[in-house]
Design a protein around this ligand. Structure first.
Ligand SMILES: *[C@@H]1O[C@H](CO)[C@@H](O)[C@H](O)[C@H]1NC(C)=O
Ligand SMILES: *[C@@H]1O[C@H](CO)[C@@H](O)[C@H](O)[C@H]1NC(C)=O
Ligand SMILES: *[C@@H]1O[C@H](CO)[C@@H](O)[C@H](O)[C@H]1NC(C)=O
Ligand SMILES: *[C@@H]1O[C@H](CO)[C@@H](O)[C@H](O)[C@H]1NC(C)=O
Ligand SMILES: *[C@@H]1O[C@H](CO)[C@@H](O)[C@H](O)[C@H]1NC(C)=O
Ligand SMILES: *[C@@H]1O[C@H](CO)[C@@H](O)[C@H](O)[C@H]1NC(C)=O
Length: 628
């Protein structure tokens, strides 16, 4: 069992909340309407229903439900938020048609409950009862529920309430915010289910989406991977031909108060009542970071808060508007480097730990396993990506296939799921395979590492043989010029981990390959900051690529001072540690010779390692690729 929103509750902080035992009236009948002064109290004493006038609303009176035995009036439901009773007494009653109605002091109708279902007979004696879970239910003698407040949520989802759609009746239960904390008239935000593709919850500001939970993947909303089990709350997601909804339940609703709210500033929050402090405490609040802004990085863009800038492109894609991208506006998204072939040769690059793209236009086929899913996607020219549509257990059947642009993706540090993105053969990353099996994963890691290591050794041996003893002083190639940081960072792990970052992301220079033991005659090989490298190589653009060596791809670039460079990106999955890398760079630097390509420096960025060489235009490519 899992909660949503997704945060473990410190149980110790939540004290038992015992219901009062006072006997009370919990019903309205045709004969006994509810006058302005009376309140109903549910049988267990948890909730109260009555008229109230918020301080801020100048004489506007609302019919609401609130917790009856905690201080303050925490309103969880309102009947007439659009049509308050203004400046007069108000009465709730059941009219001759069998509807719940609110009339004002002059007897005029202010509000009437919507008719729920023609199938429920509206005859005989009617009773509206406030239940102890906060539901206000209208029934006719001997018949089912004619109307209930749980079907018309306002800004609060209580335990047992459904958030979603009943396809049989067309009832769409969604949450809508108040205008302000003390003004229950309708605000700007709604939180509702989009059932298309695989169901996803979206937060709207008026008609504009501002946040999506990620499509349901059989286990969770894929944008909310931190779903946690706990022994207080459990949640349920139902998606059938009849209905699709999200709902949570309290294991013991009598002892803990919790609510799920869309507040008037557009935050979706889980709140818990803390008896010791006599107040509500926010346990989670979403959207919680910039990557949760809807479509933050545009089509084929991948948002990652660990990176700066946070927008990157999926492998095989590059920014559509590099200038805007450089200014940190990633919303223009990314475009494919090489168009798909379709008839043969296309493959898939796996993106891990992903929030899946929105699925409104995706096909969901619960009969296909992942391998069949892949084949099915390959055979459809329009298919851009596939993923498992049921991650409940490995090997469970279920297939997502996206035939529209991939939107609203983000990458998590952990959690999320694998997304397989279709690419032309030439764009397939060499260090990535498009297969999901364990063996493939192992092969993917080990083979390139071993190959890289061997080639490096061979290269070093060649160098040792070729190079004479005279050690060349290394010119200071430190690039002190100002650099506009370009944006594409999807291959580059956290820039925050090493080096400092100014507010615009430019890293200060550090002399990385210093062993830190005062061995200064050793070398002073400069470390290039990653922004410099990205700028010089035009974000490692395909046009700048010189070729692919055993260590990884090599790119041509030009520094601000006009010097041409070649950048060798060492294989990302190299298992080499930072110290080994630095030692190796030092060794290579020591071996430098005028006739060889000169090493200018290195660049270490998270797990990414790059070597920066002087670029000699007439030199054969092999020199770059296969010597140090
Ligand atoms: C409501 O209650 C107040 C005092 O509690 C009383 O003065 C007033 O007359 C009552 N109004 C109605 C409509 O019952
Ligand atoms: C019943 O509903 C009809 C149509 O909405 C309305 O005209 C009529 O006044 C209602 N009757 C009563 C007793 O409220
Ligand atoms: C909504 O929640 C956010 C985050 O907890 C908070 O900063 C903001 O003040 C809240 N807005 C209102 C109107 O309560
Ligand atoms: C697709 O690949 C096949 C085989 O490699 C090739 O013959 C064909 O011309 C390619 N088609 C396109 C549109 O590139
Ligand atoms: C997902 O897979 C699990 C385990 O195989 C299965 O029990 C469940 O019914 C599947 N869910 C759907 C929606 O098919
Ligand atoms: C889905 O398809 C419709 C109609 O073809 C299109 O208007 C809409 O933009 C598409 N949505 C996405 C997310 O691609």
């Amino acid at each position: 069992m899992v909660t949503w929103p997704w945060r473990a509750l410190p149980l110790a902080a939540v004290l038992l909340h015992l219901p009062s035992t006072a006997a009370s009236v919990d019903t309205v009948t045709t004969e006994a309407p509810l006058g302005g002064n009376r309140t109903l109290v549910s049988a267990g004493g948890t909730f109260a229903l009555g008229f109230f006038t918020p301080d801020a609303t100048a004489g506007r009176t609302y019919l609401g439900i609130w917790y009856s035995n905690i201080p303050g009036r925490t309103v969880v439901w309102i009947a007439n938020c659009v049509s308050p009773v203004v400046g007069s007494a108000a009465t709730l009653k059941i009219d001759g048609n069998g509807s719940l109605v609110i009339v004002n002091g002059q007897g005029s109708l202010v509000w009437a409950s919507p008719l729920m279902s023609a199938a429920v007979p509206r005859s005989g004696s009617a009773t509206a009862q406030l239940l102890d879970n906060g539901n206000f239910v209208l029934r006719f003698a001997g018949a089912g529920v004619a109307w209930q407040s749980f079907d018309y949520p306002t800004d609060t989802l209580l335990p047992d309430m459904k958030l979603g759609i009943d396809f049989r009746t067309g009832l769409d239960r969604y949450m809508s915010s108040w205008r302000a904390a003390d003004d229950p008239s309708p605000g700007e935000y709604t939180f509702r289910l989009d059932p298309r593709g695989s169901p996803e919850l979206f937060l709207y500001r008026r008609s504009t989406r501002t946040y999506g939970s990620g499509p349901w993947n059989g286990y969770q909303f894929s944008g909310v991977p931190n779903l946690r089990t706990n022994n207080l709350l459990s949640y349920q997601f139902v998606s059938t031909a009849d209905e699709a909804y999200y709902r949570y339940e309290l294991d013991d609703s009598a002892t803990v108060l919790t609510r799920f709210v869309v507040n008037s500033s557009g935050q979706i929050q889980r709140l818990m009542w803390i008896d010791t402090t006599r107040s509500w405490s926010v346990f989670s609040s979403y959207p919680m970071d910039e990557c949760e802004a809807y479509r933050a990085c545009g089509a084929y863009g991948v948002c990652n808060v660990e990176l700066s800038p946070m927008c990157g492109c999926a492998a095989g894609f590059e920014p559509r508007y590099p200038k805007a991208w450089a200014l940190r506006d990633g919303s223009g998204g990314c475009v494919r480097r090489t168009s798909l072939n379709c008839t043969g040769g296309d493959g898939f690059a796996v993106a891990r730990n992903m929030k899946l793209p929105e699925s409104a236009n995706a096909t969901v086929d619960m009969a296909l396993g992942l391998d069949e899913c892949r084949l099915s996607c390959l055979s459809n020219c329009a298919c851009r990506a596939y993923a498992s549509a049921n991650v409940t257990s490995p090997g469970a059947k279920g297939c997502f296939m996206w035939t529209a642009d991939l939107l609203d993706m983000r990458q998590f540090d952990s959690g999320g799921q694998d997304l397989f993105i279709r690419l032309a053969a030439s764009d397939l990353p060499t260090d990535s395979v498009s297969d999901n099996s364990q063996t493939a994963k192992l092969v993917e890691i080990i083979v390139p590492s071993v190959v890289a290591l061997l080639l490096l050794l061979v290269g070093l041996v060649i160098c040792v043989i070729k190079v004479k003893k005279n050690r060349k002083a290394i010119p200071s190639a430190r690039n002190n010029g100002q650099v506009t940081p370009f944006g594409q960072r999807n291959h580059i792990a956290s820039a925050l981990n090493n080096g400092q970052i100014t507010p615009f992301g430019q890293r200060n220079h550090t002399t990385a390959p210093n062993d830190g033991q005062g061995n200064h005659q050793d070398l002073d090989l400069p470390s290039f900051d990653v922004a410099t490298i990205l700028y010089a190589t035009n974000n490692f653009s395909a046009d700048n690529k010189l070729g692919q060596g055993g260590f990884g791809p090599v790119y041509m670039g030009r520094l601000d001072n006009g010097q041409d460079i070649a950048v060798k990106r060492l294989s990302r999955r190299s298992t080499q540690g930072l110290r080994e890398f630095k030692n190796e760079v030092k060794l290579i630097a020591k071996l430098q010779h005028r006739n060889l390509v000169r090493l200018l420096g290195c660049c270490i960025d998270g797990s990414e390692r790059m070597l920066v060489y002087e670029y000699m235009h007439n030199r054969s490519l092999n020199t770059f690729l296969f010597t140090c």
